[in-house]
Design a protein. Structure first.
Length: 210
């Protein structure tokens, strides 16, 4: 293509070079066929081939140079308006959120506690018939872990203060409760404790009393 002089600059040829009388300045392939001109970078003061981007001439040679020399006024802080407000007054930003995280966690805890009050040990055993006798009480232990998480107790052994690995234990074994006992009665906070594997073994075998 022929070199055409325009009012805003010199048209860049398809080969990616900036044609002028002083020599050819290479441009990246992505900037081919753009109107360009030689400018001085506002950051490092080096000459570079400027081109139009979104209706404005580029003022920096690279993105890194632009980021380093960007003024505070040019840094636009995007402030997202809240879509709605939670019942506790916290603004909600996401388009799918209907409550804040604290209220959501409280609602989930309330659902768990309500389910524990109506679910008996007999219901758990009826649901886990297909499991082996060793894992028949596993749903009860899962609810016990949730209760200890809600309590906010420190995760360390109540005897030796070991904290790298602890297990949720029942002071009174699950098998000692009647079938009519609810999960809320079995997993009450006073019946749960954090123990390391060694002291958990001693508690289950009668070698440790709490």
């Amino acid at each position: 293509m022929s070199n055409q002089i325009s009012e805003v600059g010199i048209e860049v040829c398809a080969s990616g070079f900036h044609p002028d009388n002083s020599g050819s300045n290479p441009l990246p392939r992505s900037k081919d066929r753009r109107i360009g001109k030689i400018e001085s970078c506002e950051g490092c003061k080096k000459e570079f081939s400027s081109y139009k981007q979104h209706g404005k001439w580029t003022r920096f040679c690279t993105k890194k140079c632009r980021f380093i020399n960007k003024t505070t006024a040019e840094k636009k802080i995007q402030i997202r308006k809240p879509r709605a407000y939670c019942q506790c007054g916290v603004p909600l930003i996401g388009y799918k959120n209907f409550s804040c995280r604290a209220c959501l966690n409280f609602a989930l805890q309330k659902q768990v506690l309500q389910k524990m009050q109506i679910t008996t040990l007999k219901d758990i055993l009826a649901q886990s018939v297909k499991w082996s006798s060793r894992h028949a009480y596993q749903p009860v232990r899962n609810y016990a872990k949730k209760m200890m998480k809600y309590s906010g107790a420190k995760r360390e052994c109540a005897v030796c203060k070991y904290s790298n690995h602890v297990e949720v234990c029942h002071k009174i074994g699950i098998a000692n409760f009647p079938l009519t006992a609810t999960l809320a009665e079995i997993n009450v906070f006073t019946n749960l404790v954090f123990l390391c594997p060694n002291h958990h073994y001693e508690l289950d075998n009668g070698l440790l009393k709490l």
